[in-house]
Design a protein around this ligand. Structure first.
Ligand code: SF4
Length: 359
């Protein structure tokens, strides 16, 4: 049974220099009509009431919707509540107190806030529209409204920033008492503003910054459970674990992807087609060998990897026997312990080289 639902809100009030997500400018499109189409798509799956464990609304900028635009969507989702985890991604400048109260009223129990940096000049260079003051205000409002699970997202390796800046970001983050932190290294895709400018990142300095982030967060009691994600005990993102455990999920909205009945699909990335109700999906049946590759690539991003029994149940083969030679060649880089397989802690950041041996 599928237990997770992802909903994509593609609207943004501004476009960030590094962004490769499916998104469109807010003010050009009818957001109420978008919500109507989303509800139609959610209903088309006939998801049984109370069958979901996690709901995640991401973007784009979900908080670019007004309270009145949010209400019909939340009302549609209320048939699935309560769920273990109901997350909404938010941008600090548009996470207003009335939206926070509405989210609370509808059972949202986790907010993921896009902070990215505590340096105002870096935020401005990224094309972000918030200030650190907005972040402080938003987190204060969330705490006051009773949100206990708050995640803050940061980017490291942005041109002009150093390891010291990332450590300052951590100081700033910790002063806000979040339960979860994500630190993503800057990825430059060709079709982004940064990519078009020919910007590049220095892999050695990224690796050094990552090591410093990891050491500092572990010292402060955060547990790294995925290569870029850290949390207080028990505060892992259950929705994102669905992806890393390679489980199926529904995905709704322009450009959203989903994984249903062994088929991976992606919705149209055309907002005008989606608004017309013409959501042409690309679909790909996942064959057994491809599923194995995906399973290993996703699960091995996790610090505790995967249970050998889960692999055996899914693929009807013994992982150790099937990969005996590769495991030997890896010479301890892939650990097998207590019925689990995982990448050695100090090699998680460079997992691709381990994966290459296995796949
Ligand atoms: S990074 Fe987020 S806010 Fe910025 S353009 Fe992309 S989706 Fe929108």
């Amino acid at each position: 049974m599928i237990e997770s639902l992802y909903i994509h809100i593609p609207f943004c009030d501004h476009i960030c220099a590094y962004c490769d997500f499916p998104k469109v400018f807010s003010h050009y499109f009818d957001k109420s009509l978008y919500v109507k189409r989303l509800i139609e798509e959610i209903e088309s799956f006939s998801i049984p009431e109370k069958s979901l464990r996690t709901i995640y609304v991401g973007g784009g900028t979900p908080t670019s919707l007004s309270v009145d635009e949010w209400k019909p969507l939340l009302s549609c989702l209320s048939r699935f509540l309560p769920v273990e985890e109901f997350t909404i991604e938010a941008n600090p400048e548009s996470l207003t107190r009335d939206k926070i109260d509405l989210f609370r009223q509808y059972g949202v129990n986790r907010i993921s806030l896009g902070v990215q940096s505590c340096r105002e000049d870096v935020l401005s260079a990224m094309g972000r529209k918030h200030t650190t003051e907005d972040v402080v205000r938003a987190v204060k409002d969330l705490h006051e409204a009773g949100f206990e699970t708050i995640s803050l997202d940061f980017i490291y390796g942005y041109p002009g920033t150093t390891k010291a800046d990332s450590l300052k970001d951590i100081d700033f983050a910790l002063s806000l008492a979040p339960s979860h932190l994500s630190f993503y290294s800057l990825q430059i895709e060709e079709n982004t503003l940064l990519g078009k400018k020919g910007t590049f990142v220095d892999d050695d300095s990224l690796a050094e910054t990552y090591e410093a982030i990891l050491a500092r967060l572990e010292k402060d009691g955060f547990h790294r459970y995925e290569v870029s994600n850290f949390c207080r005990p028990g505060k892992e993102s259950r929705h994102n674990l669905t992806y890393w455990h390679d489980q199926e999920y529904y995905g709704c909205g322009m450009g959203a992807s989903g994984f249903v009945s062994s088929v991976r699909y992606q919705n149209t990335r055309s907002i005008s087609e989606y608004l017309k109700g013409r959501n042409v999906r690309t679909k790909e049946k996942v064959l057994r060998e491809d599923r194995k590759t995906e399973f290993l690539m996703l699960n091995l991003r996790l610090e505790n990897g995967f249970a050998l029994k889960d692999y055996e149940d899914l693929f009807h083969e013994d992982f150790q026997k099937a990969h005996e030679k590769a495991i030997q060649r890896l010479d301890g880089a892939l650990c097998i312990k207590d019925g689990r397989a995982f990448i050695r802690k100090d090699l998680l950041y460079i997992m691709d080289s381990v994966l290459l041996e296995l796949l």
